[in-house]
Design a protein around this ligand. Structure first.
Ligand code: EPU
Length: 417
């Protein structure tokens, strides 16, 4: 099993390019199920979750190839079996994203019910509620969600809570439905907007993505299109946090500062100096950082996917920070590991109190989920001596060539197999 070995203490410095967003790529790939014509997707990050989604789609009969400009071409001329099996769903919950598109295209779908995962229970009741409102018959049999619908009908759906993939699933189901669907209390995440713009390029009529009311006018068919995936805001935020924690000076190219307000504001509050252009973000630090309180909430508030990285940052900042996680009930698995490096963190329910320490000391730590592993890498970059991050496959799900990018910024990091 791969491990990352990090010799800490080097301030990151230089320039690095941001990759395409994982959480935009995954739903956009499933949109290919909605048309018989090819969908070509550019700026696709090379990640384990992306490969898992391609395997899932290929197994359903989608032809996958590369075009001459390194775009991934997905052609769902024929769908052999509208099934997402347990083996794939268990390794990646986002597999549930095929539910809406399969129902719309095939009139049926069978998707393994995702169980709990490292960060919480994560039910899919809102995805199901949306499909039922559109007239689908849904049953849970033998651990699978089975959906049947002749042709879905537009409906008014008010979500009980803000769900990103739930909003995306309902949106994809609605684009081919008869009549108009309105999703209220919809997720406003930029990845939802990226999916909507891909669907519209395919001939869909989606309005309001990026607000909490999305209106989808169903159409008879969609056609092929070419779409470029947006930059990954969480990768961007992770590199900025790493630069800040190490007292560095970095520029991220191909970034989107306009969708990172909450994170940039917190980094500024911590004392980092940040400048931005249309497609770049530069960060430098003068002296030690101050602790910053963080409370996660749906976009545009502070993202849960950046909580663990800020925990690492606060571990070595001046003062005490309160970190509150409101999205997932069990997303503090990194705390035990950060403590092994010498962090002073107390957890009570969904709140962690982080008292900054003068330094962390390298040790062997274990990654438990994607963002938790990012926080451990970040801590390793700051710690004295050598840190070994075990179970790096978690990191490979969502960070493209992370050790290569960090090495380019001067970090002493290597992968050991
Ligand atoms: N929820 C329900 N019922 C539902 C759906 C969600 O109770 O039917 C709850 C969840 O259990 C959670 C909250 O609602 O407590 C929000 O979950 P959401 O559905 O928004 O999460 P998701 O769509 O499963 C996506 C990202 C996550 C990211 C969250 C929150 C993708 C593929 N995944 O997950 O990304 O943390 O939104 O922003 O888009 C990651 O990249 O590391 C990651 C976990």
């Amino acid at each position: 099993m791969d491990r990352l070995v990090i010799d800490g203490g080097v301030p990151l410095s230089g320039e690095v390019a941001v990759s395409g967003a994982k959480n935009a790529t995954l739903p956009i790939f499933t949109a290919a199920l909605l048309t018989v014509e090819p969908l070509i997707v550019a700026n696709v990050p090379h990640l384990r979750d992306v490969t898992t989604m391609l395997n899932l789609l290929a197994q359903m009969g989608v032809a996958v190839s590369m075009d001459e400009k390194l775009g991934v071409e997905l052609s769902a001329a024929r769908i052999a079996s509208p099934i997402a099996p347990y083996e794939l769903v268990k390794t990646m919950r986002a597999s549930v994203l095929v539910l809406g598109a399969l129902t719309a295209r095939c009139g049926e779908a069978r998707v393994s019910l995702p169980g709990g995962c490292a960060i919480g229970l994560r039910p899919v009741d809102q995805h199901i509620k949306g499909l039922q409102a559109m007239g689908a018959e849904v049953s849970i049999e033998h651990g699978y969600i089975s959906v049947r619908a002749k042709r879905l009908k537009g409906a008014r759906i008010c979500l009980d809570l803000v769900t990103v993939t739930g909003t995306e699933n309902i949106m994809m189901a609605a684009v081919l439905a008869e009549g108009t669907t309105v999703i209220e209390n919809a997720a406003r995440e930029p990845e939802v907007v990226d999916l909507a713009s891909c669907l519209n390029a395919m001939g869909a009529r989606v309005r309001g993505a990026g607000t909490d009311v999305i209106t989808i006018e169903g159409v008879g068919r969609l056609h092929g299109a070419r779409h470029r995936v947006m930059p990954d805001r969480i990768e961007t935020g992770t590199f900025l946090a790493a630069a800040a924690a190490t007292g560095g000076n970095v520029t991220l190219r191909g970034a989107r500062p306009d969708i990172l307000d909450a994170v940039l504001e917190k980094l500024r509050e911590a004392g980092a100096h940040i400048t931005t252009g249309a497609d770049w973000i530069a960060l430098k630090t003068n002296g030690a950082l101050g602790a910053v309180n963080v409370r996660t909430a749906p976009y545009p508030a502070f993202p849960t996917d950046m909580q663990a990285q800020f925990m690492a940052l606060n571990s070595v900042a001046r003062g005490t920070a309160v970190v509150t996680e409101t999205i997932f009930e069990n997303r503090f698995m990194h705390v035990q590991e950060l403590k092994r490096l010498g962090a002073d963190i107390e957890v009570e329910g969904n709140t962690a109190v982080v008292k900054g320490v003068s330094h962390l000391d390298g040790a062997t730590v274990m990654a438990t989920d994607l963002r938790a592993s990012a926080s451990l890498v970040l801590a390793g970059l700051v710690a004295r001596g050598t840190t070994t991050v075990d179970r790096v496959y978690h990191l490979d799900r969502g960070y493209e060539r992370i050790e290569e990018k960090l090495s380019k910024l001067g970090a002493r990091i290597r992968r050991v197999r």
